[in-house]
Ligand binder design. Structure first.
Ligand SMILES: Cc1cc2nc3c(=O)[nH]c(=O)nc-3n(C[C@H](O)[C@H](O)[C@H](O)COP(=O)(O)OP(=O)(O)OC[C@H]3O[C@@H](n4cnc5c(N)ncnc54)[C@H](O)[C@@H]3O)c2cc1C
Length: 390
């Protein structure tokens, strides 16, 4: 049975959100993929916000039908959106990753200014961790955040790259180093000294925007600090737990969309006088995809259910990393095998979405911490008596 860890309310929510996305996202998916239409992305973000779906993660703000909204529902949303168009889903997943530290660590005034519009779908958020010289090794970041006591402002200097929603986001959570460690501040889009030198072109995820963000004596008021000075690493760890569980949902959605294409093709395409799926070399691939998807689902929703039951920080790190690892590796496995099962149809745009899914899936094992980093986080908990290093 699929969705074993979900209850009736979760399943009813899945049906509801799936219908919603069929109405709002599906008709715009080709516009996003073929024309990279940011207007189409924004339209769906607004619709999700207006329906209250961007508040699922924040039970104190959510006013909808669910009695116990939480990360499980946000992950179901992520899974269903990724099933239709993973590029679109990255925009909301990033906005929620920005909303998460604002909700937990910003002052009430900052929450009113930046968080509320993101959750209402009228603004977009971004997070700035990665730098030209620092990716997986985020603790080694070079961006500086200094405090100017005379002007009561934070001053940011540095360069961030691979930033999702760069230039289109309204607020950026920027991580940098202060004298006592890593610190996080919120930076509005019109802050003086912030620039967007370029956007990147990726092999997949067409329609989402990813670029560089520069900070040259960029200043924000003192109250734009999140949490405490030097407390940025703890904030980042909480944000990554949340992001990795959501990425489990993204991987699942992408894997399921590939699987559905593969099973349909295996049952209808004839080869050597039989349906393709009758051949052992093909049904073996279907079985391999099937168990991987089920395992991903169990591990992903285990992490979200743990979070919804109160686990966080170090207590969730291993399970969130496992969700991200298994579901994103599964997405790549399924995308690859689906292309193989489809043959030529798998690599043309004319015969469906398999080639798009294959290109989109590739980013999943890199973003939000690579598979190698996820394994490090998992093994680190399994080998408590020794100090493993990346
Ligand atoms: C489409 C896209 C969107 C992104 N969005 C954002 C965003 O919104 N915000 C943000 O801050 N970042 C974002 N990123 C950046 C992403 O988080 C990084 O790409 C990722 O963390 C890996 O960093 P890197 O690319 O610098 O690779 P590197 O860290 O240089 O790693 C390269 C390879 O080496 C491996 N590796 C590194 N160190 C070790 C080691 N010690 N042992 C074994 N293997 C190792 C890695 O796993 C990887 O396979 C995005 C990236 C992409 C591609």
């Amino acid at each position: 049975m699929r969705d074993f860890l979900l209850d009736d309310a979760d399943r009813a929510f899945r049906t509801e959100v799936r219908d919603f996305l069929q109405r709002e996202l599906l008709p715009r998916a080709a516009d996003i993929e073929d024309r990279r239409s940011w207007d189409a992305v924004k339209h769906v973000v607004r619709a999700l916000g207006a329906a209250g779906y961007l508040k699922l993660m924040f039970p104190d703000l959510y006013k909808g039908k669910l009695a116990h909204p939480g990360l499980t529902h946000a992950t179901i949303l992520s899974e269903e959106a990724s099933y239709i168009n993973y590029a679109f889903e990255t925009t909301i997943a990033t906005a929620l990753s920005c909303a998460y530290p604002l909700h937990r660590h910003a002052s009430e005034r900052l929450r009113d200014t930046y968080l509320t519009p993101i959750l209402e779908g009228t603004a977009i958020g971004a997070i700035c961790v990665t730098e030209p010289n620092v990716g997986s090794d985020s603790a080694g970041m070079e961006t500086r955040i200094d405090f100017d006591e005379m002007r009561n402002e934070w001053v940011i200097n540095g360069s961030k790259r691979y930033i999702s929603n760069a230039s289109v986001a309204d607020v950026y959570i920027v991580y940098g180093l202060t004298s006592d460690g890593m610190t996080a501040v919120a930076v509005p889009k019109n802050a003086k000294g912030m620039s967007f030198p370029r956007n990147y072109t990726f092999m997949g995820r067409r329609g989402c925007i990813v670029g560089e963000v520069g900070f040259d004596d960029c200043r924000v008021p003192a109250d734009h600090l999140l949490g405490e000075k030097g407390g940025g690493f703890r904030i980042m760890r909480g944000m990554f737990n949340f992001e990795r569980a959501i990425l489990g949902g993204s991987g699942l959605g992408v894997a399921r969309s590939a699987f559905d294409i593969a099973t349909a093709h295996a049952q209808t395409r004839k080869s050597f006088g039989q349906a393709l799926g009758c051949k052992q070399l093909i049904w073996d691939k279907i079985a391999q995809m099937s168990w991987r998807i089920d395992a991903s689902e169990l591990i992903t929703y285990r992490a979200t259910k743990m979070y919804d039951a109160g686990a966080d920080g170090r207590a969730l790190m291993k399970e969130a990393a496992m969700a991200k690892l298994v579901a994103t590796e599964t997405a790549n496995y399924c995308a690859n095998e689906t292309v193989q099962i489809l043959g030529g149809d798998g690599i043309t745009k004319e015969y469906g979405r398999a080639e798009q899914i294959y290109r989109d899936a590739r980013a999943l094992t890199i973003v939000g911490g690579t598979s190698e980093v996820a394994k490090y986080l998992i093994a680190g908990r399994d080998l408590p008596d020794i100090r493993i290093t990346l």
